[in-house]
Design a binder for this molecule. Structure first.
Ligand SMILES: [Zn+2]
Length: 169
């Protein structure tokens, strides 16, 4: 693109709407940004018309658009990057939980774990052996009847201090 004479009176290659061809034009007026020709005069037919890119410039612009869409595309990478950040934060939290669980549970001997029963009352930090979820540690005592227990696969809310269910015969 000949961008050296981008000022009124300068010459520029443009598509002439009268000649229906790429011709040399004289710039009559620039666009508001001062960088794009707005109105031009065709040096061949002396016609005045709005600036149109030459066929070659249009193709170059289209090619550039295609290339930048693949290479940079800053507008389109923003959303996935945010989603990825969220996923990473979630993953980090999961890793933290696993680390806390391992720190609390791994290496403790069998006798340190209290078998989980609904009629038991637990305290924070207490080790629990659950028949279904395995070994866990009481992370939070939510209230008199609920505790949050961290198991290897994540935290679970368990009931506590409830009347024991009638034992099956
Ligand atoms: Zn013309």
């Amino acid at each position: 693109m000949s961008s050296t004479n981008l000022k009124p009176g300068g010459e520029i290659d443009a598509f002439c709407t009268s000649c229906k061809a790429d011709k040399v034009h004289r710039i009559i007026a620039l666009d508001r940004d001062g960088k794009t020709p707005k109105k031009v005069e065709c040096l061949s037919c002396k016609g005045h018309h709005l600036f149109r890119l030459t066929t070659a410039q249009k193709e170059a612009a289209a090619a550039h658009k295609r290339a930048s869409r693949g290479d940079k595309a800053p507008a389109t990478t923003k959303a996935p990057r945010g989603a990825k950040g969220h996923a990473l934060a979630t993953k980090k939290r999961e890793e933290d939980l696993v680390a806390s669980w391992e720190k609390a549970v791994v290496g403790k001997d069998y006798a340190s774990f209290k078998p989980y029963r609904i009629d038991q009352t637990f305290t924070k930090g207490e080790l629990i052996r659950h028949s279904k979820f395995g070994d866990g540690v009481v992370a939070v005592v939510l209230d008199a009847a609920k505790v949050e227990v961290l198991f290897k696969d994540g935290p679970r809310m368990l009931a506590q201090s409830r009347p024991a269910p009638v034992a099956a015969p």
